[in-house]
Design a protein around this ligand. Structure first.
Ligand code: SAM
Ligand code: SF4
Length: 318
């Protein structure tokens, strides 16, 4: 279905929980209770999530991403994936995960119809990983990535949020991972939202630093919201997602569903449309309303100009 600006809305991101087993310093406060600027009431059941997804698919959604919080901490995540991937009309089912629990679940997720995985990894150094996530174990993510490759969930996409003074010295190390084509790396600009809204100015670096550090990269066709590159002799792709400095609102084809049953037409807006508890025609009408009310673009974002959403990223799903 098209929104009021002619954009075809085909992509739904579903946050199935706002709980997380990590506490990345730019995403969530140490104490989760502090992130509830807009408190999440109880999270939806699998039945509620699938019913909303089904109605959205009838309206033209073809791609669904499961996210969180950390989606793999939900005991019923494989069941949710199986049910969503088998909805007629779903062409792609993806998951964004921190990878901590992936090793034991990769095969089951593949069998449940998951076609793609994005794994968040902001550093390739063990001690820095524990520092940025406050409690993560680097070896567990690496193990998860290996098992996901064995399970055939390739190419694995690694999401790396660029944080000035933290990982801009690792840009080349990340890019090198793409040489043999098993892994794609996506550098994402840090957005001033939630826990990182008060970070110092130097933390907010532009996506173009990747090209300044790696001038040999060759441009490829764009992929969704990412500008894509590769090494001249590389098989894998390197993406840059400049959500802050070169926003892509004109091409935005997505809406988001929070774990407490509200549709966010735009990540950075306060507007939310409650769909939990609705069924059939009524549910369809409210999803349509969320699509129609999707704003043309989000507010200016940069250091000093924070997102208008009242939620933290773990409550939205990225
Ligand atoms: N827990 C899962 C994970 O980390 O992959 C899924 C949820 S997480 C909120 C989704 C994505 O949002 C992650 O790749 C994370 O790095 C990214 N993210 C969180 N806060 C961000 C921010 N302020 N700016 C840019 N990306 C952010
Ligand atoms: Fe959890 Fe993902 Fe946020 Fe890190 S980025 S705290 S893993 S939700």
């Amino acid at each position: 279905m098209k929104d009021s600006y002619g954009r075809d809305i085909t992509y739904l991101r579903i946050s199935i929980t706002d709980e997380c087993n990590l506490r990345c310093i730019y995403c969530m406060p140490e104490d989760k209770a502090d992130s509830c600027a807009a408190p999440c009431s109880s999270q939806m059941s699998a039945d509620e999530i699938v019913e909303i997804a089904q109605e959205a698919v009838k309206l033209g959604i073809t791609k669904i991403r499961i996210t969180g919080g950390e989606p793999l901490i939900r005991p019923d995540v494989v069941d949710i994936c199986r049910r969503i991937s088998s909805l007629p009309g779903v062409r792609e089912l993806a998951i964004t995960t921190n990878g901590m629990l992936l090793a034991d679940m990769a095969y089951d997720l593949k069998k449940a119809g998951v076609s793609r995985l994005n794994i968040s990894l902001d550093t390739l150094q063990t001690d820095k990983y524990t520092r940025i996530t406050r409690r993560g174990k680097y070896e567990e993510v690496v193990d998860g990535i290996r098992k996901a490759m064995d399970a055939g969930l390739t190419p694995i996409k690694i999401n790396t949020v660029l944080i000035g003074g933290f990982n801009d010295d690792e840009i080349q190390d990340f890019a090198e991972l793409t040489r043999d084509g098993q892994v794609e790396v996506r550098f994402i600009e840090l957005m001033p939202i939630g826990a990182c809204a008060g970070f110092p100015k130097h933390a907010f670096i532009k996506g173009k630093v990747v090209l300044e550090k790696l001038p040999e990269l060759v441009e490829m066709a764009h992929s969704g919201v990412a500008r894509m590159y590769r090494y001249p002799d590389g098989k894998g792709r390197i993406g840059i997602i400049s959500a802050v400095n070169q926003h892509f609102c004109l091409d935005c084809n997505r809406i988001r569903l929070t774990c407490d049953g509200k549709i966010k037409p735009c990540l950075h807006s306060r507007e939310e449309v409650l769909v939990r508890g609705l069924h059939g025609e009524e549910l369809s009408r409210e999803i349509k309303r969320a699509i129609i009310e999707k704003p043309a673009q989000h507010v200016k974002l940069t250091y000093g100009y924070t997102s208008e959403t009242s939620r933290y990223m773990n409550q939205i799903g990225g």
